[in-house]
Write a protein that binds this ligand. Structure first.
Ligand code: NI
Length: 197
């Protein structure tokens, strides 16, 4: 859905949460073209390196500093088989990321709701949380609203919806529900639209 083509994309850091095709996507070709490393869980990182990309292999609980940004790998409840390898290669475990460059962003990855999100909120105090709302493969909009409360976020960005029919959702209803009952604001960027943190 993005109007920006992989061949045009400039980036400083690439983070991939798991091996599914709609997430690994064009990360390997972008890494090859730009020379940037892909941050990924160890097994997925090994696959990326095997395909000729650059990668920083990590695992749950670890952090890495790239330029002035600290990236921490946190749990996500999801699978991580690599579609591009016909699932013959495991991508290890799926993960989320806490990205701290002065402002703290929590990208949950594909995940169910889990109670340790409350602990992530205490530990990292995220300014912005990016949460899946698509249901079926991840949590639903109502569960994402609970996650946002537990995370004590100020700004919530919904993701992982309306890219294919099985995950159709109404993000404006999610926004209205959260903003009518809490102090949080919900950003719904259009594909390709920049977000300032
Ligand atoms: Ni997935």
């Amino acid at each position: 859905m993005s109007p920006i083509k992989p061949e045009e994309l400039e980036c400083d850091i690439i983070c991939v949460t798991h091996g599914h095709a709609d997430h690994l996507g064009d990360a390997i070709s972008i890494s090859k073209r730009t020379g940037r490393s892909v941050v990924a869980v160890h097994e997925l990182a090994q696959y990326i390196i095997g395909c000729g990309g650059k990668a920083e292999g990590m695992n749950i609980g670890g952090s890495i500093k790239i330029n002035k940004t600290v990236i921490s790998v946190v749990p996500a409840h999801h699978s991580s088989g690599i579609d591009a390898a016909s699932f013959k290669i495991s991508g290890g475990v799926a993960c989320g990321y806490i990205i701290d460059s002065g402002k703290v962003v929590y990208h949950a990855g594909d995940t169910s709701l889990f109670s340790d999100m409350g602990w992530l909120g205490e530990m990292y105090r995220p300014d912005i949380v990016i949460l899946p709302i698509g249901d079926r493969y991840t949590m639903s909009p109502s569960q994402a609203a609970i996650a946002a409360l537990w995370l004590k976020a100020r700004t919530v960005i919904p993701m992982h919806y309306n890219t294919f029919p099985l995950i159709e959702q109404a993000p404006m209803m999610f926004k209205e529900k959260i903003e009518s009952k809490t102090e949080m604001n919900v950003l719904i960027p259009k594909p390709g639209e920049p977000v300032e943190v």
